[in-house]
Every structure is written in C-alpha cells, then in structure tokens.
Design a protein around this ligand. Structure first.
Ligand code: ZN
Ligand code: ZN
Ligand code: ZN
Length: 272
C-alpha cells in the first residue's frame, strides 16, 4: 500500500489563516513541514480518506489526479473532514472524461449531508454506501471495517481498519482513547501502519477524550505492543496537529523520537 498524506492539520489549519498567535507566526515564518492543511490521506492513488475544502489545493500542490479516486471513506462530518459541496465539481457538466462513479462511504450523517449536497447532481457520478460500526465493506479485493471512535457524542464517528493486498492500515483519527468495544475488536488483529491524531498536544492525561494527547499516544503504543497488535513502533504516524499545542514540526519530532513514533507532514508518502 502507498499512503500519501495530503493534509496533517486539525480543523482550523496550521497556521490558522486568521490567527496571530506565536505558533502561527512561527509556522508562517519557517514554512516547509510547518504548513499543514486539513487532515486527509490517499491510498494507492485511488482511495481517499475524508474530503475537506483544502482538497482542491492539496491535489494541485501534490499533482494528484483526483479523477482517479474511486472510493472516498469519510470518518465524520466535522467541517475539516467532509465538505461535500466541493464534490459538485465532479458532477456532469463540471467534469468531463470520467468513467466511474465516486463511491462515498460514511455514517448516516455523512450520507445525509452527501445526499443534500450532491443528490441533484448524483446521476451516475456518485454512489453512496452507509457504514455501520463493525460491519465490514468489501472494496475490490480489500475489506474495510468501521470502528467506533471516541470523538463527538452527537455523532457515530468512525475509524477505519483496512485489509488490502496482505497489509493492514488503521485510519485512527479523530478520536481520543479508543472505546472499549473498539479495543475488544482490535485484540488479535495485526496493524502494519496506524495513523493517530495528536490534537491535544503535550499535556493531557493518558486516556484523553475526543482527541489524543502525547501521553495518550504513548499509552496506545504500549497497549498495541502488549496485545501484539502493532509491534513495530515506527509504524505509528501522527497527524491532525493544531497551533493550540504551540509546538512546531521539529518540536514534535524531538518529543517522539525516543519512542520511534513518526510525525506526518503534508506531502509525506509511506509504503507498507
Ligand atoms: Zn478533525
Ligand atoms: Zn494560531
Ligand atoms: Zn472531528
């Protein structure tokens, strides 16, 4: 599997274009890996996780042919993860020379928003598939199992466990410490690469809610190792960073280097 990080920021982007805090000023000054757009990854050039308003510019920046994307897996409807009106650009009359529908997967709220935004444009350009926790979907030769996150009590936010070409990818954001039922399901599984969010920054408890903190990440790493779910520590990649943490890319690298945990950045490509 080829995993391409399109964006690695939390909801407001990093820097937040409205913000003049020290972290945002430093991010603008330093540039490079400190410029983060909203979180998303592309897998094998044909699958995409989440679709924010940044998708258009991310595709231009990394020379992505978005027309190649066949499957869009949406974690939840927060504005940094799903902005379906942007997908009108893929409908009849707006896009030419395209030979397959875009399959959109997500919880019932994702389906509702997708239908509202795209229903009148649907034609044969979009296909919707509602996902329910623990009920796997077959996508080509791959199997994708949605797992409950601990993120927003008003929505069934989903994490995705992907089994594809003999490898497994765990798309584990946005969430705090996983709900017990998710841990139960993960027991006995093997993860080749896990993508987790580190939104709560350096502080926080070992089992933070809503998002993970640095301490929660380390607790997850230990639990993964104890249960032999993920035994290679350098296969954990962190994303969804915010200026509120006050930490820049190099700070995160220094913090997690002793544990072998990787800090993702916009444009990073990983092969597993
Ligand atoms: Zn988010
Ligand atoms: Zn700021
Ligand atoms: Zn969210």
């Amino acid at each position: 599997m080829k995993i391409h990080f399109l964006g690695t920021a939390a909801a407001e982007g990093f820097p937040n274009v409205f913000c003049r805090c020290e972290a945002c000023l430093a991010s603008r000054r330093l540039g490079g890996k400190n410029i983060r757009t909203r979180a998303s990854v592309i897998v094998d050039d044909t699958w995409k996780f989440d679709y924010s308003a940044d998708s258009q510019m991310q595709a231009l920046r990394d020379q992505i042919d978005m027309g190649q994307i066949e499957h869009l897996l949406v974690t939840h409807t927060h504005y940094d993860h799903f902005y379906p009106k942007d997908l009108i650009s893929r409908s009849e009359g707006f896009t030419h020379v395209i030979d397959h529908p875009l399959h959109i997967y997500g919880n019932d709220l994702v389906m509702h928003h997708a239908r509202q935004a795209l229903g009148q444009y649907q034609g044969d350009r979009f296909a919707f598939q509602r996902m329910k926790p623990f009920q796997p979907a077959t996508i080509g030769s791959a199997t994708v199992t949605p797992l409950p996150a601990d993120h927003d009590p008003m929505e069934t936010c989903l994490l995705y466990f992907v089994e594809k070409d003999g490898k497994t990818l765990f798309y584990g954001n946005d969430t705090g410490w996983f709900p017990e039922e998710t841990w139960m399901w993960l027991k006995g599984k093997k993860i080749d690469m896990a993508i987790l969010d580190c939104t709560h920054g350096e502080t926080g408890n070992k089992r933070s809610r809503g998002h993970m903190s640095a301490d929660t990440i380390l607790e997850v790493q230990q639990a993964f190792a104890q249960e032999r779910i993920l035994t290679e520590p350098d296969r954990i990649y962190l994303t969804h960073f915010t200026h509120n943490s006050k930490l820049l890319h190099d700070d995160w690298e220094r913090l997690f280097e002793p544990y072998g945990i990787q800090i993702a950045y916009d444009g990073l490509t990983v092969h597993i």
